[in-house]
Design a protein around this ligand. Structure first.
Ligand code: FUB
Length: 308
C-alpha cells in the first residue's frame, strides 16, 4: 500500500507539469513525435498508443497536440485516420507521421500498413486533411529501392527550397520531393553512414530517420533498432555520405525509440518517447521533451532524461 501511495504521489507530481523536461506531455499514451512550429504555436503530431491493444502498434488514427510554450499541451484529439487514404488496406495501421508546411499548405506524411507512405494536404495545420494524390507517395511494390519496410517518413525543406523525404527501417532511404511536396523527384537512394564504432555491433541504423540542418551542417539522427539508442551522423550535403558522430539519447527500457529535434529562437529541444506513464510499455508509450544543446564544435551533447 505504501508503495502504491508513493506511486500515486509521483504520478501526481508528474501530471502537475505535463511537458516539463523528461515528463509525459499528456496522460494519454502517444509516441513517434513530429513537432513543428506553425502559425505561432507548436503542433505535435503523434502515433496513438492509447488505443493500441497492448501487444502491438495497432491503432488506426493519429493524434495532435498543440502548445504555446512546450510545457502546457492541449490535446486536440484524433485528427486523422488511415481511412482518409481510400487505397489503404482495411487492416492498415497508423504509425510514425511527419508534417511539413509549404506554399501556404500543410502536408502530412503517413506510413500506412508498413508498405506504403501516403501524403495528405490541408489549408490548416490542424486539418482537415485530405488525400493529396489518390495513391501512395511511396509504395514498396511500385517504387524501386523503397526497401523492405517504407515507414517513418521525415521531411527537410532545405534553404534552397529543395525538399527531401527520408524513411525506412534497417536501411535509411532518401529521395527528393518536387516543389508540390506530393511527388518524388529522381531515384530513392540508400543513405550512407560511415564510421560506426567497431567495438559496438549494435550501432547500426534501425528506424526513425530525422534530418535537421544547423550552421550549414546536416544532422541525420536515428534509432539504432530494438531497443533503440538515438544516435546521429553529420554531412555537408543532405544526401550524404554521413559520418557517425555519437549518442543523443541512450537506451530506455522500451523496445523502440523515435526522436525529433526542433530549434526556435536559438534553443533546441529533443522530442522522444518513453514508457513513463502508469501502465506504460512497449506499445503504450509517452512522448517527452528535453532541451538539446551543442558543443562549440557543433557536436550534440548527449541528453540525459530528467528524473521525476
Ligand atoms: O509506432 C510504430 C513504430 O514504432 C514506428 O513506426 C517506429 O518508429 C517505432 O517507434
Amino acid at each position: 500500500l505504501a508503495r502504491a501511495a508513493c506511486a500515486a504521489i509521483v504520478v501526481g507530481m508528474m501530471m502537475a507539469t505535463p511537458g516539463s523536461a523528461g515528463q509525459p506531455i499528456s496522460p494519454r499514451f502517444n509516441a513517434d513525435p513530429s513537432p513543428h512550429y506553425f502559425k505561432g504555436r507548436y503542433y505535435l503530431y503523434a502515433t496513438n498508443d492509447q488505443d493500441n491493444s497492448g501487444t502491438y502498434w495497432d491503432s488506426t488514427d493519429w493524434r495532435l497536440f498543440t502548445s504555446k510554450d512546450l510545457v502546457h499541451w492541449k490535446d486536440a484529439g484524433s485528427f486523422l485516420s488511415v481511412s482518409v487514404f481510400a487505397w489503404a488496406r482495411p487492416d492498415a495501421k497508423a504509425w510514425a507521421p511527419e508534417a511539413a508546411h509549404r506554399n501556404g499548405k500543410y502536408y502530412y506524411y503517413a506510413p500506412v500498413g508498413g508498405d506504403k507512405i501516403g501524403v495528405a494536404v490541408s489549408n490548416a495545420p490542424e486539418g482537415p486533411f485530405v488525400d493529396a494524390r489518390g495513391d501512395a507517395l511511396i509504395d514498396k511494390a511500385r517504387d524501386g529501392n523503397a526497401g523492405a519496410e517504407p515507414i517513418d517518413p521525415a521531411v527537410l525543406i532545405d534553404d534552397d527550397g529543395q525538399a527531401y523525404l527520408l524513411f525506412g527501417t534497417r536501411v535509411p532511404k532518401i529521395v527528393k520531393l518536387k516543389s508540390d511536396m506530393i511527388h518524388t523527384e529522381g531515384p530513392i537512394l540508400d543513405l550512407i553512414v560511415t564510421g560506426f564504432p567497431s567495438d559496438d555491433p549494435k550501432k547500426a541504423y534501425g528506424e526513425a530517420p530525422f534530418l535537421h540542418k544547423r550552421n550549414g551542417l546536416y544532422y541525420f539522427s536515428f534509432s539504432t533498432g530494438w531497443p533503440g539508442q538515438i544516435v546521429y551522423a553529420t554531412a555537408k550535403s543532405p544526401m550524404g555520405p554521413y559520418a557517425y558522430r555519437g549518442v543523443i539519447l541512450d537506451y530506455l527500457p522500451i523496445s523502440t525509440n523515435h526522436q525529433a529535434i526542433i530549434e526556435r529562437k536559438g534553443r533546441s529541444w529533443l522530442f522522444y518517447h518513453d514508457n513513463l506513464l502508469p501502465g506504460g510499455g512497449d506499445h503504450k508509450r509517452s512522448i517527452a521533451i528535453e532541451p538539446l544543446t551543442y558543443n562549440p564544435d557543433g557536436t550534440i551533447r548527449q541528453v540525459y532524461p530528467t528524473k521525476p
